[in-house]
Ligand binder design. Structure first.
Ligand SMILES: [Zn+2]
Length: 438
């Protein structure tokens, strides 16, 4: 049963329900405005020159396809060649007010600069995220991200203020302190990674705190695909007695996707602030709707440090079917399905970590897990280290895991018991997959 959409569920109803022809026209106009604004951007000017393209000749989203892709490696290399920020900023540094950086889990961190206007566009994007999840002035948002140079924390907090909600920062605290603050203040919305929402639930169970009957009614997640993975979503909703919403974003791009009340197992692409393409990772060719490919994004409103045709590495399946919520904005089915570079090949079967997460979270005995990957003769071999609830003998848990892998994913894995509390818990992006050599 779908809750009828109310005014509250939209950030900008008229724009979010534009017919797709008008939407495309609007994108084209905004693209032209962007290209005009970034004429002084040295990085893109050089890129356009090298490709033999005159910026003013690009008039529409379709024309954009003539431009080469931008990659993260390219942006990082640019900052190394011209430290500290590369030539990625359009304006003199004095115009910028915000500096963040990526976590650099897969290489050097990327530094990102924002002008006040760029930050406004970030906050608008969060406006869509919060309103899509039904957050209003009545809510008290608790943000459980760490402090630091990472953007998520600051964007989620400022974004909540932007929709008029009261907001409490949960940075720099232990999990127990966070739980007590959530309960004491009667917070209604929790923002964190899916992994951390489950971890908080585990800590609460140990402390005898009842989250199910707490005031939290909505949880909003990012940083990992989890909140669109069926069993992960169900575990979070059952633990917190709340409705769980997904969203997607990246420091160098923005908060580019958001969930809605219709809960269709797919999330909306914010086509008002970005232009999206889905490509074949190998050939770079555009891919049809419904077929899995890599998402490519162009920022329409971040003039200060724009990205054009940026390869996100995120794998998605596009759908422009109208949504039950009334939005005409395209959706990605199942959220972000995985990362192009995270694919495992297990005994000939192509597999993404989200499929393993979906399977393991469906087994209630499992508390936490870690996966060791060994490459043997060009194939990935998986060893699962599992912490279980100790309600049943581990041999029973092991049997259930092996059977589930066999029947759902058609692969054989090895399983090992990990002592309760021995595996790491994560506040931000979980790093459960470890490649081991030898
Ligand atoms: Zn919708």
């Amino acid at each position: 049963m779908v809750t009828p959409a109310t005014q509250m569920d939209f950030y900008h109803r008229e724009m979010e329900t534009l017919d797709r022809i008008r939407l495309r026209k609007l994108q084209d106009e905004r693209l032209r405005r962007l290209l005009e604004a970034i004429a002084t951007n040295r990085f893109y000017r050089e890129k356009f020159d090298n490709a033999g393209i005159e910026m003013r000749n690009l008039r529409s989203a379709d024309d954009l396809k003539r431009l080469p892709f931008t990659t993260k490696e390219e942006l990082v290399a640019e900052q190394q060649a011209y430290p500290p920020y590369g030539r990625l900023h359009t304006y003199p540094l004095a115009r910028y007010r915000y500096l963040h950086q990526t976590s650099g889990t897969k290489g050097k961190p990327l530094k990102c600069l924002d002008t006040p206007e760029d930050w406004e566009s970030w906050m608008r994007c969060w406006g869509y995220v919060y309103r899509g999840a039904g957050v209003s002035e009545e809510d008290l948002v608790f943000c459980a991200f760490s402090f630091g140079p990472y953007l998520s924390h600051w964007a989620a907090i400022d974004g909540a203020r932007y929709v008029g909600a009261l907001c409490l920062s949960g940075g720099g605290l232990s999990s127990e302190q966070r739980l007590r603050m959530i309960l004491d203040n009667r917070c209604t919305v929790l923002v964190c990674t899916p992994t951390y929402a489950l971890h908080l639930a585990e800590v609460a169970e140990g402390l005898g705190l009842d989250l199910y009957s707490s005031d939290i009614r909505t949880t909003i997640h990012a940083g990992e695909p989890g909140a669109s993975v069926d069993t992960v979503k169900r575990c979070i909703e059952e633990a917190w007695g709340a409705k769980c919403f997904d969203h997607a974003g990246a420091t160098e791009v923005g908060a580019w996707a958001f969930d809605c009340q219709a809960q269709t197992r797919s999330i909306h692409l914010n086509e008002l602030e970005f232009i999206f393409e889905v490509i074949d990772s190998q050939t770079g060719a555009t891919i049809d709707e419904g077929i899995r490919g890599e998402l490519v994004v162009t920022t329409l409103a971040r003039f200060g440090m724009p990205v054009l045709r940026y390869r996100t590495g995120d794998l998605v399946e596009l759908s422009t079917e109208p949504c039950e919520c009334g939005r005409t904005l395209a959706r990605i089915t199942g959220g972000v399905l995985g990362r192009a570079d995270d694919m495992l090949i297990v005994r000939g079967v192509n597999l993404y970590p989200s499929a393993i997460d979906n399977l393991l979270r469906g087994l209630p005995a499992i508390v936490e897990y870690e996966v060791e990957i060994r490459r043997i003769a060009g194939m990935d071999d998986l060893l699962l280290k599992i912490e279980s609830r100790e309600l049943e003998p581990f041999s029973q848990v092991e049997r259930a895991v092996l059977a589930a892998f066999r029947s759902q994913l058609n692969i054989r894995v090895s399983v090992e018991q990990a002592a309760r509390g021995s595996l790491p818990r994560y506040e931000f992006k979980a790093r459960r997959y470890k490649r081991v050599t030898g």
